[in-house]
Design a binder for this molecule. Structure first.
Ligand code: ADP
Length: 162
């Protein structure tokens, strides 16, 4: 049986923290699909297509990782690809409450669904896309937080967004 997991999130933009979780998941599962949630309510800086491109660029050629996007419920996406495992990253205790609610809600929507939490390397525990965008918009060097190519794309986007 192929063990397939999905890693859903907004990825606005992808960071070294996300990449750390993707690599850990790819070491455990036969197939990992990174699912770019449209998350319109979060008012993302990048479009789903841009976020997908950035994740593809950042993961390079890990053979068992794919990237897709999805607008609806994650449990519906799981049905579509015939999977039942959701991977999420857990950084700090502050992530816990929201993640706990979401995992239980998804389980109520589909009792077959399991959410598995992975901790990143401690050097990425404080990283968030939101803070990186804020720091970049104030001119910080963000090369320690995201791959070089993503830093460039983010800089360009912020220039146009002003
Ligand atoms: P969402 O809007 O779904 O929270 P994010 O892109 O912010 O989307 O995060 C997707 C997942 O990755 C979440 O489970 C989040 O906790 C996790 N994550 C985000 N940043 C990091 C990080 N630095 N280290 C580990 N996990 C992370």
């Amino acid at each position: 049986m192929v063990k397939k997991a999905i890693y859903p999130g907004t990825f606005d933009p992808v960071t070294y923290g996300h990449l750390d979780i993707i690599k850990r998941a790819a070491n455990i599962f036969d197939e990992v699909i990174v699912v770019i949630a449209h998350s319109e309510d979060k008012n993302p800086l990048f479009t789903p297509a841009e976020r997908m491109r950035m994740v593809k660029e950042a993961i390079g050629d890990i053979d068992n990782v794919e990237v897709d996007d999805w607008k609806g419920l994650i449990v519906d996406y799981l049905n579509r690809v015939d999977a039942r495992i959701i991977i999420r990253g857990l950084r700090m205790i502050s992530d816990f409450e929201y993640e706990f609610q979401m995992a239980l809600t998804n389980r109520k929507l589909n009792p077959q669904v399991e959410t598995i939490y992975m901790m990143p390397h401690e050097s990425y525990c404080y990283l968030s896309s939101k803070l990186i965008k804020e720091a970049a918009s104030l001119g910080a060097d963000i090369s320690k937080f995201v791959p070089e190519k993503i830093a460039q794309v983010l800089k360009e986007k912020l220039k146009r967004h002003k």
